[in-house]
Ligand binder design. Structure first.
Ligand code: GLV
Ligand code: GLV
Length: 312
């Protein structure tokens, strides 16, 4: 068996990769930025890559590296990879679906509770020493029970999040998906139009992939149709929203609070109009960020690699 070399573009939990040594598959860390000259030299000797969602794998990169057999993205989303170019070059693209569904749905739930109970605003009060007394009408949040949850992008994560919300808070679920979608049988959810999901949700949560259709869909025109004081969650991709438009909607009283696990651009910079806003709870793209899930994602990459080399 000839030796295969897989380069990993950042440090990951490597445990599950050890099982591949018996197939003569070796792993190494690519410590230079993926599009640098130094990385280019190293990738020449590699058979495959494990890439991160922030690595830009465009047509140029693929043309320079058409010898690769597999690129396994350490993420469910693959919008950072030009898949058409990969297909042309005969490079298999892998990702890590399913294993991160629960963790991502849990993070959406964290943002949901955090934004509706004004977690950032309220913890700031404590952290800044402004907690003086118990206040009957201090800064009040909103209940979830019986409210309408709108899901934009009803894939695995959207459905799992909706299921958890329905079980926990008896929420009514409406959803919009670009294509017709079969919904898990233990979830009661109504398909609606794109316009209706914006107009009728008390909480609207984004779980769609980044595509030409979803890019920038959280914009002023659509936000303007939302209910006053509703909540917005985005755990999909930052390019789905416009940060100035979200700020506008907060200032207009359309949005009562916002939870973002993704920002535009990413990472969020201090220039963002949303930076430090007390009603915008931001986490640093950690949807899949649990020990168990990140370990499972490595295992998934290992399986993708074995399959690509016909070793499994
Ligand atoms: C995270 O955003 C992922 O695509 O896995
Ligand atoms: C991602 O796995 C999704 O389908 O939501």
């Amino acid at each position: 068996m000839t030796e295969k070399l897989i380069l990993i573009t950042d440090r990951i939990i490597t445990g599950p990769l050890e099982a591949l040594s018996k197939y003569n598959v070796k792993f190494d860390l690519l410590s230079d930025p993926i599009n640098s000259k130094e990385a280019g030299e190293k990738i020449k000797d590699a058979d495959g890559l494990i890439t991160m969602l922030c690595d830009v794998i465009d047509k140029d990169f693929i043309e320079r590296n058409s010898h690769l057999k597999i690129i396994s993205n350490y993420a469910v989303g693959t919008n950072n990879i030009d898949k058409e170019a990969c297909e042309k070059a005969g490079i298999i693209v892998g990702n890590t679906p399913d294993v991160l569904t629960n963790a991502s749905a849990d993070l959406a739930l964290t943002l949901l509770l955090g934004s509706t109970r004004r977690l950032k605003y309220n913890t700031n009060i404590v952290n800044e020493g402004r907690w003086k007394k118990w206040e009957p009408i201090g800064i009040l949040g909103n209940d979830l029970t019986g409210k309408t949850l709108g899901i934009y992008g009803m894939g695995r994560i959207g459905q799992t999040f909706a299921y958890k919300c329905q079980k926990a808070f008896n929420m009514d679920v409406i959803y919009y998906n670009h294509r017709e979608k079969e919904i898990r049988s233990d979830l009661k959810a109504t398909a609606v139009s794109e316009m209706e999901v914006f107009a009728n949700s008390d909480v609207l949560s984004f779980h769609c992939p980044l595509t030409d259709k979803t890019k920038g869909v959280i914009n002023k025109a659509n936000l303007a149709t939302m209910k006053a004081g509703s909540f917005l969650i985005n755990i999909a991709r930052g390019e789905v929203h416009h940060e100035e438009d979200i700020l506008w909607a907060i200032n207009e009283g359309i949005l009562g609070g916002v939870g973002l696990d993704v920002t535009n651009p990413e990472p969020m910079t201090k220039d963002s109009p949303l930076f430090n806003h007390p009603d915008v709870l931001v986490t640093p793209h950690i949807g899949s960020g649990t020990i168990e899930t990140r370990t499972a994602m490595t295992k998934c990459c290992a399986e993708n690699i074995l399959k690509a080399f016909n070793l499994s």
